[in-house]
Design a protein around this ligand. Structure first.
Ligand SMILES: Nc1ncnc2c1ncn2[C@@H]1O[C@H](COP(=O)(O)OP(=O)(O)OP(=O)(O)O)[C@@H](O)[C@H]1O
Length: 967
């Protein structure tokens, strides 16, 4: 894989092309293994270690011509954060803080931010870029970053990477160019070219389905982010394949757009990108494997146009160098240039040098400005600093031309791929929304249980309790104060008239007073405590209120999410339904096309057969004509010979003249026949040619994507045919046309020969052979009798035709009658079946074994065509075809009563009387069925009917007396 896919990207780095390698696939399918981002113990498996080896060997080979600088960065995108895997100070070792082994960011350290500069360059603000000078150093970076990666255990992978990891190698190179003027000293930068290229090696987190990975809680949350990230990848892929979207920008449905931005930059930017799709060989993962491959197939079709990342100044200088070299070459080629020319060239060189120097100065100034700005930004610890440890030239990166152009072409995805992608997207979306819902439910549960703690206390009662308590204290305080006041006045009075007794009283009161004072201060404290408690209560009320609000907002979020899920599911269902409808329509069309194809095939075959029969007949007639013409030639010779022997044998002459006349007449008839066939065939060919040209026109319209003109005869039908059917019809028509043409050509040649001979014959005189009046009279006599014969035959034919027409009429009438009768009998049968079904149902419900019989007996009443036991009646089949003679007789009986033959009335026998005629046409009905192309759908019924009628009559014959009686 490295040799085939990644080695060319490493080569490209040295020419200044950015590159990206993405590993994508289901969890546990081997992405980390393939990329080598699980690098441990110096293991050399994985693409990244191989990239490093190849990079360093190439650098070693080129070190004479170029100077190199290498930097690496290693970041991971975990949930919503970008973490720097190489910044040891920002990472603290965590064993189980969040369920991951690996390191977690140190608090206070700002997370890395993905930034987009004004010229659209994506930078990682604050990420560590380690400058490396040896393979060992780079390996150490990979190892250190790999160890810091967040991994967790799922059902499908013990050490599943829970993040997207990007290992980036930046290669800067300074190419030494030959000095422009040998021996002349020029600023070093004039003879250098600066190139910078980046290689992103991305190990994406595995796509996963929560159920299968057995993840819950934390893993669920991670799953949401991972799926979001992959969804973003999907969006990038589809957007990059769609020119409109590419221009408008990628739609990122979630907040987590960082990965999208990074991917967009690497996939859609000036990067050569390779996507490795890791798949699992286990059949249980077949669905994911297929989805992964289909995604990979979509990604494969994206074409971007990478451009060399050249410093614009270097570019300009390169152009100038080329110009100078060209001028130098021109100068040398001219050999002895004139002093004027040398002067002009020298001036031009001087001007170019001055321009070069100016540009170089500008370049230096710019580079130093960049480095100053950079240093300031780094010093101020502002996280907006995009790059940490770079030389002067690194600043140039911001000037790199990123006006990349995506390839215009993205080969159109097949329907299937779109469908699978859509389903995949739907599953991911539903999965992540499911997980979000789960999260919300959990939060809601927590909040509600917190709320319960508050809810356990009856706040109003508490408030009243506290209020009452305070009031009581207040009352008590007041009473104590009153008591104190009373005591005070008493003490004052006692002080006024003081004696030994009063002194004692005074002391007692003073003591009492002190007690009361103490009591008052106690009460005051108690009251303050109560007030404090009341305040706390108010605070907790506020907290409960806030909690309630939070619960409300979570509930609202939940409703919104459920609504979104429902909407999404509905949209998907609608899309799926319309897709299925489309498929059904396609299948229907397919079946219809198949049917039409068969129909057309049959039509083609039938027409071809008819045409072949016709052409065979025509060929026979033509052949006969040819033979007759040949025979005439020889008979003409005979006649000329005969002419010499004229008169020697009158009998022979008369016979030969008659033969000659017969022959002439036969030729005439045959010419007529061939001409008739010729005309018919011409009409057929014209019709074929017309249909052919119409089909070809339609085909032409279709190939141009136009619809044929409306309203034109036959266009609608021809354009409704499928292209294949049309092609088949065209080829069949062409072959028929060629058969027809051949036949026409053959007939035309015989006809023209016949006409030619006829003309020659007429000019010579038809009757030259008649040398005497006797010959003429004899021939006239022969002609008269043959004409009379022909006319008689004609008359007989006319008669036969008329008779046949009459028969036909009768038959049509009979058929109509029989058809009507059939319909009636069918109707009867239907109503009878219904009645029996009802009876069966009733008998079943009444549980009476006799009810069926009773009903059947009833049913065989006046409507019954034959008097059979009820059970047999059930087996009665309609129509005369399968019936017995008795049934046929019953058919003839229009009242449908079972009447013996002997009791038939006149009217009834009129039908029987037709049997004689039936006998006659029975003999020929097969013939006329063919002759008149009988279109009756079931002629076999007719013949059976005839058979039964005949049998009826045969049965009736032994009883002539009965018939006579009736008459
Ligand atoms: N080609 C292989 N040969 C041998 N072992 C392999 C191969 N590919 C993967 N493995 C092993 O399969 C396990 C899972 O692989 P890995 O962790 O690379 O899958 P992953 O696709 O990165 O999964 P996640 O998406 O969950 O991170 C590891 O133990 C790895 O060593």
């Amino acid at each position: 894989m490295f040799e085939e896919c990644v080695a060319p990207l490493v080569e490209g780095l040295f020419q200044g092309y950015n590159a990206t390698v993405l590993a994508y696939g289901q969890t546990g399918s081997g992405k980390t293994y393939t990329m080598g981002t699980g690098f441990k113990d110096g293991s050399q498996t994985g693409l990244i270690p191989q990239v490093m080896n190849s990079l360093f060997s190439k650098m070693e080979a080129l070190k004479q011509q170029r100077e190199f600088q290498l930097h690496v960065s290693f970041i991971e995108i975990l949930k919503e954060e970008v973490r720097d895997l190489l910044d040891l100070t920002s990472l603290g070792k965590s064993e189980n803080g969040n369920g991951h082994t690996g390191k977690v960011p140190v608090p206070g350290k700002p997370p890395i931010q993905i930034r987009e500069s004004s010229n659209g360059v994506i930078t990682l603000a604050g990420s560590t870029e380690v400058s490396v000078s040896s393979l060992k150093e780079m390996v150490a970076c990979l190892e250190q970053g790999s160890l810091s990666r967040a991994t967790g255990s799922t059902n499908m992978n013990n050490q599943s990477s829970r993040s997207h990891a990007i290992f980036t190698i930046t290669l800067e190179q300074m190419r030494r160019l030959n000095p422009l003027f040998p021996g002349e000293s020029s600023p070093e930068s004039l003879n250098e070219e600066y190139l910078c290229a980046k290689l992103h090696l991305v190990d994406l987190a595995g796509s996963e389905r929560a159920k299968r990975t057995g993840s819950d809680g934390l893993r669920f949350k991670e799953g949401v982010h991972i799926n979001r990230g992959l969804l973003a990848l999907g969006n990038v892929i589809s957007a990059l394949g769609d020119e409109k979207k590419r221009k408008e920008g990628v739609h990122v449905p979630y907040r987590d757009s960082k990965l999208t931005r990074l991917l967009q930059d690497s996939l859609g930017g000036n990067s050569r990108t390779v996507m490795i799709a890791c798949i699992s060989p286990a059949d249980i993962n077949a669905e994911e494997t297929l989805n992964t491959l289909k995604y990979a197939n979509r990604a494969r079709n994206i074409q971007n146009k990478p451009v060399v990342n050249r410093d614009p100044m270097s570019n300009e200088m390169l152009k100038m160098r080329q110009q100078l070299e060209y001028l130098q070459a021109e100068l040398c080629a001219r050999g002895g240039p004139s002093s004027n020319e040398v002067q002009a060239l020298k001036e031009r060189i001087a001007w170019l040098e001055a321009a070069n120097e100016d540009l170089c100065r500008e370049l230096h100034e710019f580079r130093s400005r960049c480095s100053v700005v950079e240093r300031c930004e780094t010093d101020s610890l502002d996280d907006t600093c995009s790059v940490k440890s770079d030389g002067l030239k690194r600043g140039l990166q911001s000037m790199e031309s990123y006006d990349f152009q995506m390839g215009e072409t993205m080969s159109s995805d097949s329907r299937d791929i779109d469908e699978v992608a859509k389903e995949w997207e739907h599953t991911l979306l539903q999965n992540s929304m499911d997980q979000e819902l789960h999260e919300l439910n959990k939060r809601l549960e927590e909040k509600e249980s917190e709320m319960k703690l508050f809810g356990g206390l009856d706040t109003v009662a508490l408030k009243q309790h506290f209020g009452k308590k305070i009031m009581e204290l207040e009352d008590e305080k007041r009473t104590v104060q009153q008591e104190r006041d009373r005591l005070l006045t008493e003490v004052e009075n006692l002080a006024a008239n003081s004696d030994g007794q009063t002194q004692k009283m005074h002391d007692i009161h003073a003591q009492k007073l002190k007690m009361l004072e103490n009591q008052i201060s106690d009460l005051k404290k108690k009251q303050e405590n109560q007030v404090q408690l009341l305040k706390q209560k108010q605070k907790s009320d506020e907290a409960a209120k806030r909690l309630q609000e939070e619960i409300q907002s979570i509930k609202a979020q939940k409703v919104q999410l459920q609504h979104r899920m429902k909407q999404e599911a509905e949209q998907f269902r609608q899309w799926k339904a319309s897709r299925e409808k489309e498929l059904l329509q396609l299948r229907k069309e397919g079946r219809r096309n198949e049917y039409e194809r068969h129909k057309l095939q049959a039509l083609n075959q039938r027409q071809k057969m008819v045409l072949q029969r016709k052409t065979e007949e025509a060929a026979m007639a033509t052949k006969r004509l040819k033979e007759l013409l040949e025979a005439r030639k020889s008979s003409a010779r005979d006649n000329s010979v005969m002419g010499n022997v004229n008169g020697t044998n009158g009998q022979t002459n008369e016979k030969s003249l008659q033969r000659w006349l017969d022959h002439e007449l036969e030729v005439m008839v045959n010419v007529h026949e061939v001409r008739f066939e010729y005309e018919k065939q011409s009409q057929v060919r014209a019709a074929l040619a017309e249909e052919l040209s119409l089909l070809k026109q339609v085909d032409e319209f279709a190939s141009k994507g136009l619809s044929p003109p409306r309203g034109k005869n036959g266009f609608a039908r021809a354009s409704s045919m499928s292209p294949n059917a049309r092609m088949a019809r065209i080829s069949s028509l062409e072959s028929m046309r060629s058969i027809s043409s051949n036949s026409i050509v053959a007939m035309a040649s015989q006809l023209s020969e016949a006409e030619e001979r006829e003309r020659a014959f007429t000019s010579r005189g038809r009757w030259n052979q008649l040398r005497s009046m006797g010959d003429a009279k004899n021939l006239l006599q022969y002609m008269f009798s043959s004409l009379a014969d022909t006319r008689c035959q004609l008359w007989e034919r006319d008669m036969e035709i008329n008779e046949m027409k009459d028969q036909l009429k009768e038959l049509v009438g009979l058929l109509r009658q029989s058809e009507l009768r059939r319909k009636e009998v069918e109707k009867e049968l239907k109503s009878r079946e219904q009645a029996i079904a009802i009876a069966l149902a009733t008998s079943a419900s009444a549980n009476s074994p006799n009810s069926l019989k009773d009903f059947s007996d009833e049913a065989s009443g006046p409507l019954s065509p034959i008097s059979l036991p009820a059970q047999k009646q059930l087996k009665y089949t309609p129509g005369i075809v399968n019936g017995s003679i008795r049934e046929s007789a019953a058919f003839i009986d229009q009242t449908r009563k079972m009447v013996p033959m002997g009791q038939l009335s006149m009217r009834k026998l009129a039908v029987v009387g037709q049997a004689g005629k039936l006998w006659r046409w029975k003999r020929s009905h097969h013939q006329w069925l063919l002759q008149f192309k009988w279109k009756w759908q079931k002629p076999w019924r007719l013949s059976e009917w005839i058979r039964h009628s005949d049998e009826t009559i045969m049965r009736a014959r032994p009883r002539p007396q009965a018939l006579q009686d009736m008459m």
